[in-house]
Design a binder for this molecule. Sequence first.
Ligand code: PHE
Length: 453
Amino acid sequence: MKERSSFSGRLGFVLAAAGSAVGLGNIWRFPYLAAKYGGGIFLLVYVVLVVTFGFSLMVAEIALGRNTRLSAIGAYKKLNKKFGFLGILTALVPIIILPYYSVIGGWVTKYFVTFLSGHHMEASSDDYFGGFIGQTFEPVLWLAIFGVITFVIVLCGVKRGIETANKFMMPILIVLCVAVCVYSCTLPGALEGVKFYLIPDFSRFSINTVLGAMGQMFYSMSLAMGIMITYGSYMKKETSIEKSVSQIEIFDTGVALLAGLMIVPAVFVFSGGDQSAMQSGPGLMFQTLPKVFDSMGGGQFGQIVGALFFLLVLFAALTSAISLMETVVSIVIDKFHVKRAVACIIVFIGMMLLALPSSLGNGVWSHIQILGMDFLTFFDFISNSVIMPIVALLTCIFIGYVVKTQLVVDEVKSSSKFSREKLFVVVIKYIAPIFIVAILVSSVLSGLGIITI
Ligand code: PHE
């Protein structure tokens, strides 16, 4: 077997995995879900899920990759022929996510340029965002710009450069998030929002809170889509899996919590916590933050902070989009045995075509709805709330009962001790499978109106 190139030690591994994990999921998706699904109660459910399920699944995926030295499709097949299909199901997730991820990446690029060019005042008006995504040409143009940047980086293999840049960008992003958090939490009227965001209100609990938090956890930690298996396959035998996972977990969740604290209280400031603003979904970040930057006043100060912020978010989005595109490219290479450059072009064209409905779904195609959702919401739902839970469930069954948890435990222990071993075994064998089935069944039943929770 060919020697696989590997990450240099734990720091290299953690930075690469965190680059994939920290992205739009943390900054764009987490805050709007927290606003929509009850604030503090969503946070609580989310954190509990991260330290139990998220931890266990990430350990399992990385260990599978390191043990087999293969990416998802090959790894499942190598350990058990019958489970080859799971690798293919897993491969479907990044194929669905990459196109609509690029649509949002395009929105971020647009906002960055808007701030940079001094048109930020317009961006803080109420109907700016809706007006922008409702157009036909502009959003597609920004999608194409984001797509081309990602494509060029993946094609030229300059990923390394981006990862190095990320070593600086990530810490700056975190510092800036903290500063904006402090600012927006001290705005008059923000305290109500801080309370809503941090204090769990159990009366707001519903099955959708759990389904939303679970999908978000998979999405944000880049789980249930084979990515961590691939990353694990490049991990050195000496690197501690458990420590790495703990660090990624803290990093990823920390950025999400900060992003929520930046955005949710600000919604209270600018709309008084009005229900329709809290429910505004994918547009929340784009509608709220320009108002925050605008309120900073002081000549160009708000403009500079805003431009810097969107630039850093753009970076975080790019590193995640690169890891998504890399995954899809390697699937195409394995499947069709084509050259890397050819695979990149196929993936880019396919991605653009699949992204069009999501981009146009807020404008000319807004009359087309699938299960009552526009295209972007539908793709997001089908990957995060349907396919990923199913992949996670099958992965738990595969590890718990087919290859047995011992394989993972041995893999982890080959480089360090495994202090959450018991938790891992119980979660993978019993809690996670039962829980995922219960959530999926009850959300289908409540979706069909058979039960109300
Ligand atoms: N985890 C990334 C985010 O939070 C999204 C992503 C998912 C990236 C899957 C790569 C693979 O934005």
